[in-house]
Structure formats: structure tokens, C-alpha cells
Write a new protein. Structure first.
Length: 136
């Protein structure tokens, strides 16, 4: 028999298919076995931790009750929101001092000074093209 006739024979394709399916089945069974072993190891670790907690006088229920009583920390408040920023810019345009603006709006003085500097730069940048266009 020639190799070509063996490969073209219908029994060959069925044999290859049977081998492939048996390999897939073997892989599936080994995977399930590994998952079972891993679950058993984790269960043993959990039980040992639970026993250690009990030996120290703590129960899991008690720990969960204590953790549910804990209060999350208050997130830090942002320095300038849009309303305060617009109020600060209005007061800067009026000519109020940064110290007075900070006291009136409850903001840090350095933030108000920074806002005044940025507003001055932006205002100078907006006025510069107009003056250049008038000079041309």
C-alpha cells in the first residue's frame, strides 16, 4: 500500500478524529482534577486561618461585624469648584486683594493668588492680539 492510499482511506480520518477526541477528553479530565486539588488546598488554608482566628478569640462573624462598623474616610474636598472660581475671578476684576477673596470664599490664599496670576496672563494674552491688529 502506498502512503497516499492510507491517508485517503476513510478509516484513517476516523482514527485521527478518535485520537484527537481522546486527547481532548484526557486534557479535560486532568484539568478538572487540578481544579479539584486547588480547591481542596484553598479550603485547607481557609480552615487553618479560621482555626487560628478562633485560637486568638476572634470569630469570622465578629470580624465581619466589626468591619461593617468601620467608617470610610471622608474624601478630600477639591480646592476650587467652578462657582467659587467664577466668584474669585469677578472679585479679582473688581480689584479685591487675594487675602480678602480667600477669606470671603473660604479658599486657601495661594490658590487665589495663582488664579489671579493665571487670569492676568490670559487677559494680557487676549488683549495683545487686539492691540497688534490695531497697530497694523
Amino acid at each position: 500500500m502506498r502512503l497516499e492510499s492510507i491517508l485517503l482511506h476513510p478509516a484513517t480520518s476516523y482514527a485521527v478524529l478518535a485520537i484527537a477526541l481522546s486527547l481532548c477528553l484526557m486534557l479535560f479530565i486532568s484539568l478538572k482534577s487540578e481544579l479539584h486539588d486547588t480547591e481542596r488546598r484553598w479550603r485547607k488554608k481557609f480552615e487553618s486561618l479560621e482555626a487560628e482566628l478562633k485560637s486568638k478569640g476572634l470569630e469570622l462573624d465578629e470580624l465581619s461585624r466589626i468591619s461593617s462598623q468601620l467608617v470610610a474616610p471622608v474624601p478630600p474636598r477639591s480646592g476650587l469648584n467652578l462657582t467659587k472660581r467664577s466668584q474669585a475671578v469677578r472679585m479679582i476684576r473688581r480689584g479685591d486683594a487675594p487675602r480678602d477673596i480667600a477669606a470671603a470664599l473660604g479658599l486657601p490664599q495661594n490658590e487665589v493668588e495663582l488664579l489671579a496670576k493665571v487670569h492676568g496672563i490670559v487677559a494680557a494674552g487676549l488683549n495683545a492680539p487686539a492691540s497688534r491688529a490695531a497697530g497694523l
